[in-house]
Write a protein that binds this ligand. Sequence first.
Ligand code: ADP
Length: 625
Amino acid sequence: MADGPQHMQFQTEAKQLLHLMIHALYSHKEVFIRELVSNASDALDKLRFESLTNSSLLSGNKELAIRIKLDKNAKTITISDNGIGMTRQEVIDNIGTIARSGSKAFLEKMSGDQKADSNLIGQFGVGFYSAFMVASSVKVVTKRAGSDEPAVVWESKGESEFTIAEADKTEAGTDITVYLKDDETTYTEEWQVRSIIKKYSDFIAFPIYLPNDKGTDEIVNQSKPLWRRATSEITQEQYEEFYQQVLGGYEKPLSILHNRAEGIMEYSSLLFIPSKAPFDLFNMERKHGVKLYVKRVFILDNCKELLPEYLRFVRGIVDSEDLPLNVSREMLQKNPVIDKIQKALVSKVLGKLKEMAENEPENFKTFWKEFGPVIKEGLHTDYENKDKLLEIIRFQSSMCESKDDFVSLKQYTSRMRTDQKDIYYITGESREIAEKSPHLEIFKSKSIEVLYLTDPIDEWVVHDIMNYDGKQLKSVTQGNLDLGELGKEEEAAKKESESKYKKLSERIKDILADNVKEVRITTRLKDSPACLVADDNGMTPHMEKLMKAMGQGVTEQKRILEINGDHPILSNMKFWFEKDSKDTNLEEWAHLLFEQALIAEGQMVPDPLAYSRRVNNLLVKASSI
Ligand code: ADP
């Protein structure tokens, strides 16, 4: 390796980010301090954690702290930590060439709204670069704890390249020096920096030292863990600041759950229900939002074991007195203490959601729109809490006037029509498609409410629910429709139609042998001539689509064509059929009935060309002069 500094290029996305930081974000630049302090705090957490298995890392009982130095003459602000530090390779990987996963998402989310965009910085893990909003250049001197490698110095002006060289720092940790642009020297003012730290970094769990006007170092943050204080001592603002500063929340949380458990188990928990879903909520590699502490010592970020997958959006911290300090990820997996804490937390969160639904309907609506589909996963995975989840879940329905209205199963059953036996639903891609389905005609005419299940997960959810309050969940596109008392009249008419249309039904079945498994008279329809329904245990076409989208091989299933004996098309067909049962027009019409039924439910016809030829033939006849 050459002795002098080595020049290296940033990768494209890192370059784009830097460009944006420098040229597009020009308000709230002060957040760069928050980002650098938060990185320093992470580095201290990491060191403390590694020292649990390698005590030499903390030799000499040194105090883990963040120190800030200001230099008016040199126009610099330096943020130092005696945390984990970085090796040469880590510097290159973490702040150099590698395009980090969050960078791209960040670039896509930029809205042009200064305040919103500066909040995004922390959310997407691109904080380090924010220093370039105020810097003419940035210097990082760092030494990895527990490594023999010499320290390194990284420098960049935030253009296309950076340099990296050896440095002579002997203590582990990182010093980040920001060389301020001429018009950004306000960040060398002690009062200014102090107030920024108070505003954004007050709850960092390590002391942050800043020299006062007499030049002596003073701790400027609270540094006593908020979750250890009594709830009565904490204001709403402090909770919200904690949420933003320590947990990286970027909006106001919808709900806060702060608890202290004493007795057989001792732990504190401070959980937040966010008001906005993160961009990667459905990414399998998404991190969980709960941090684990043991006796105030940070142990792990993203502790999956503390909450089930379906509550992965909850952010917070849990501080246990019962776990050993040297607990490892592996140990957490089947740990009775963790299991008990998890149970208690789940019950707290679900209780809170139920309460929110009852007392803060607007908040709950926001919650449901953001996290509804995730909560529904719980019905599949958390059998123990099924009953609680059934009280929480919501659906759109034919009785909801707007897209923002939802109904619970409880509400549904309480406003069911007398004599209605079952809970009806339709699955589909969207409310718009579902509500136009011909299968709903009889339900509309009798004012029977139908749930619209339009989240992809709903096809599974209905099988997990099966029944509620003694009522079965029934698809309106599946099986024989049995409305009981409510359908008496139609049933009588159906009997009559069945004998009337027996022969024609058979003929249509022969014509459509490749497409449908049966043709029968329906009671479902009022205005449409025909619709398609699946067997009782058959797959709905929506489910078929979803399975295909997930790359699962599914054999397409033939469905049943149900025809409406009261419709003029059918009575006309019957007329021609009785004149000549071999009439080739019947073939055309039967195919059209089938194809229109598909189109009405938002499906593709199997042979669009043949379909349009059939329609054209009809048009020629109808328009002939
Ligand atoms: P994030 O902190 O969200 O991962 P950043 O862009 O702020 O994103 O930082 C990138 C990475 O650089 C960090 O993940 C960390 O590995 C490393 N890093 C930044 N600052 C420090 C520091 N003070 N000590 C050790 N590592 C650091």
